[in-house]
Design a protein around this ligand. Structure first.
Ligand SMILES: [Zn+2]
Length: 409
């Protein structure tokens, strides 16, 4: 366990920011720098079948140490950091015995991490916190997960008295640009189920996420001299406005929480001749999700009936709620819950208002709930992670391996 912190500190200083506009996999060459380091480390701690494919996906095996027939399970974390905030020249700070007060991240720039703004900090009084220097993100999302998985495997390798089945681990590129699962070889991974170690605070356990689609509404208009336009002009801006006015005004991100779905219009462009609306549709409930997409089609029909064929809607599916794939094998959630409880951690089970790689993997045949990696304030300069939460994540991974061998079959 003593290698957990140095390992994490070594990973976060490698810039692995992914790039949504890239056409390659991994999206940025620099992710391979960390990948190479991880491959050699997996060899060094004694993992077997260590591989990295041409897309930068790393896989490795911890062989079973029991004669019992135990299902193969897996643990997955991502190597990249978000394109939303810089991950270059990360200079992590280690704050021992946190006193519950303000943490000055950067004196020169007067950047302070304060419990007045981030009250979660107070849960970690007396613990060791790892923070940024205020100028970059930290990358605990998800290098904490990577460090925890490797440390847990090392622990199992040096504690053969803990019996477990075959364990597979994988580290993926490009999760932050929504592509971490795209080129994941589920068959090669060969696990019956897996866990992404990519959640936030200690205790998080997630197996529900949004159903998600994006929609583009293209509107054509007809430009005529405004002085002589009566009965002739069709103003695409006006139609765009009418389209938006027919969406439910309260079902938007800023007015919803929990399992309430929404429409989120994030871009409008246009003039009289043509306009375009871009939006996303989100709902945990599949029926409500379908109804939301139907509403968009109904509005399209309504406007086209009223004015002629000026509006065209294209909906693209993005991801689905993994719950329907996890519920039939619910013991995989129960094992994680029991692992946490046996370590004195209260499981925080809540639906994710977003998606994970695990939701895509679940639909690719690998049911994959998400467990905490321990960090807070992801994707920005106030990101931090308590070392004790990371240690607990290591223990949870070890315990899940142990319980799977005890309970199943
Ligand atoms: Zn993440």
């Amino acid at each position: 366990m003593e290698k957990l912190l140095p390992r994490f500190l070594e990973y976060v200083v490698v810039d692995t920011q992914s790039d949504p506009y890239s056409k390659t996999t991994p999206s940025t060459e620099k992710q391979l720098k960390l990948a190479k380091k991880l491959v050699s480390e997996l060899h060094q701690i004694g993992m077997q079948e260590v591989s990295i494919d041409q897309n930068g996906y790393i896989m490795a095996t911890l062989p079973s140490n029991t004669d019992k027939k135990v299902p193969t399970i897996g643990f997955i974390a991502h190597m990249d950091t978000t394109p939303d905030f810089t991950g270059k020249n990360v200079k992590p700070k280690v704050i021992k015995d946190y006193d519950g007060g303000n943490i000055v991240l950067n004196e020169k720039k007067n950047i302070v991490l304060s419990p007045e703004e981030f009250e979660d900090l107070l849960q970690y009084k007396g613990q060791t916190l790892i923070t940024t220097d205020g100028t970059t993100l930290l990358g605990a999302d998800d290098k904490a997960g990577v460090a925890e998985i490797i440390t847990a495997m090392e622990y199992l390798l040096t504690h053969p008295e803990i019996k477990h089945g075959k364990i597979r681990v994988a580290f993926t590129p490009d999760e932050e640009i929504g592509k971490g699962a795209h080129k994941f070889d589920v068959e090669k991974f060969g696990a019956e189920w897996a866990y992404t170690v990519d959640g936030s605070q200690i205790g998080e356990l997630e197996y529900e996420n949004f159903n998600a689609a994006s929609a583009a509404i293209k509107i054509k208009g007809k430009s005529v001299h405004p002085g002589y336009a009566k009965g002739k002009m069709v103003n695409a801006i006006g139609l765009a406005n009418e389209f938006l006015s027919l969406l439910p005004p309260h079902e938007i991100p800023e007015k919803t929480s929990g399992i309430e779905g929404f429409f989120h219009v994030y871009k409008i462009t246009g003039d009289v001749e043509s306009a375009e609306i871009e939006l996303i549709v989100r709902d945990h409930d599949l029926e409500h999700f379908e109804a939301r997409k139907n509403l968009l089609s109904d509005i399209e029909d309504k406007l086209n009936t009223k004015y002629g064929d000026y509006v065209s809607l294209v909906i693209e599916e993005q991801y689905r709620n993994m719950r329907e794939k996890v519920e039939p094998v619910f013991h995989i959630v129960e094992i994680a819950e029991e692992a946490m409880e046996s370590l004195g951690i209260e499981p925080l089970i809540k639906p994710i208002r977003g998606g994970t790689d695990g939701s895509q993997l679940s639909f690719m045949g690998l049911p994959c709930p998400n467990i905490f990696a321990g960090g807070h304030n992801f994707h920005g300069r106030y990101e931090y992670v308590p070392l004790q939460s990371m240690e607990k994540a290591v223990q949870v991974i070890v315990k899940i391996c142990e319980l799977t061998a005890i309970q199943i079959r």
